[in-house]
Design a protein around this ligand. Structure first.
Ligand code: ATP
Ligand code: MG
Length: 327
């Protein structure tokens, strides 16, 4: 059975981008293999975060995984920090990734561009090293991610090639699995920018009240073309709303264009808002049930136990390969 691996950082409130680009994809894949889905709390430390906020976000993220339909009997849900092999392996792997390639990573450039050099933590720079450790630790072949994380998975592939050339067949080669539609949901207030939980502008949050979601969608930035047509270059705002609609309903762009032929943006936005609100209402209802059930801690404990089982074996394989003493 293939292993599937992914994670989300508990850096802030989850967005519709995280839901469509990542969580929904995890749910669809969970029957295709054994999933290892973690809450990337170590990664969340790469930018300043309040300890209480981090704890709350981590619990929330686990609850949303369950609310979205991940079955703890099929998928292992756990905290990254509960499996110490992540940190141990990262210390080894950092020697096989180079400063030049790390400094070319878009995420690092984006997140550090507004910071003074003295304030940029080493962890932010070394983020892809820890991510490579996350990925190879479960011998996982399939890595479901949004578009922005493809570059890090590609870097992990380079690392696996480099490492295996030197030490033999030690690490399994992963590949990014990206949704055809919805791998990059854009901000509603600036549709040329990705929706990101650490950048609150133009986000829809999974915890937003339906009335708030409706208002955000109704005031989403569009254009003067006045017809519902998929063209991300010329009509990025409308194309983004079409992507959201298509991801949540399975309708193709052609079907949506046909449905709204001759209709105004107001009608179209109202239809998008109806779909998103109904999806979020269901999700929020299940989220509340999960929180009230007290299931989260049990799921995280069970997930960490199984994750440790798999990860410790892979870590030992790597330690042996590089010559660290092992009986
Ligand atoms: P941050 O601002 O802290 O980086 P983020 O919203 O980018 O938060 P991550 O934790 O970095 O979220 O990413 C979790 C997963 O969600 C990744 O697989 C990422 O590719 C995916 N993802 C993030 N934003 C979007 C988006 N706007 N559209 C589709 N997928 C997304
Ligand atoms: Mg991100």
């Amino acid at each position: 059975m293939d292993h599937i691996l992914s994670g989300i950082k508990p850096t802030g409130q989850l967005t519709l981008g995280n839901y469509i680009g990542a969580i929904n994809k995890f749910v669809k894949l969970q029957d295709k293999g054994e999933s290892f889905l973690f809450i990337a709390d170590l990664h969340a430390l790469t930018l300043p975060i309040d300890p209480e906020v981090l704890r709350t976000n981590s619990r929330d993220l686990a609850a949303f995984y369950l609310a979205a339909g991940l079955d703890p009997n099929k998928s292992n849900i756990f905290l990254q920090s509960d499996v110490s092999a992540h940190a141990e392996l990262a210390i080894i792997l950092q020697n096989y990734l180079y400063m030049g390639e790390l400094s070319r990573m878009t995420q690092f450039k984006d997140k550090s561009s507004k910071m003074k050099e003295e304030a940029i933590g080493l962890g932010l720079f070394a983020y892809p090293v820890l991510m490579a450790a996350d990925i190879v630790l479960y011998d996982s072949k399939v890595i479901p991610v949004g578009e922005d994380q493809i570059q890090h998975v590609e870097l992990t592939r380079d690392l696996v090639k480099r490492f295996n050339n030197r030490y033999g067949d030690v690490l399994v080669m992963p590949r990014a699995e990206v949704a055809k539609v919805g791998a990059r949901i854009m901000s509603l207030s600036d549709p040329t920018k990705k929706m990101s939980k650490s950048d609150p502008k133009g986000d829809i949050y999974l915890k937003d009240e339906p009335a708030v979601i409706r208002k955000k969608i109704m005031s989403a930035v569009t254009d003067m073309e006045a017809h519902v047509h998929y063209d991300p270059e010329k009509q990025p705002g409308i194309s983004n709303l079409m992507t959201i609609m298509s991801s949540l309903t399975g309708k193709s762009f052609e079907e949506i264009e046909k449905e709204f032929e001759g209709k105004g943006y107001g009608d179209f936005k109202r239809a998008v808002a109806d779909i998103v609100c109904s999806e979020m209402e269901n999700l929020q209802k299940r989220y509340k049930e999960v929180i009230e059930s007290g299931l989260v801690d049990k799921v995280l404990e069970k997930g960490a136990k199984r994750a440790n089982e798999v990860a410790s074996k892979v870590l030992e394989r790597v330690q042996k390969a590089v010559g660290l003493y092992h009986k």
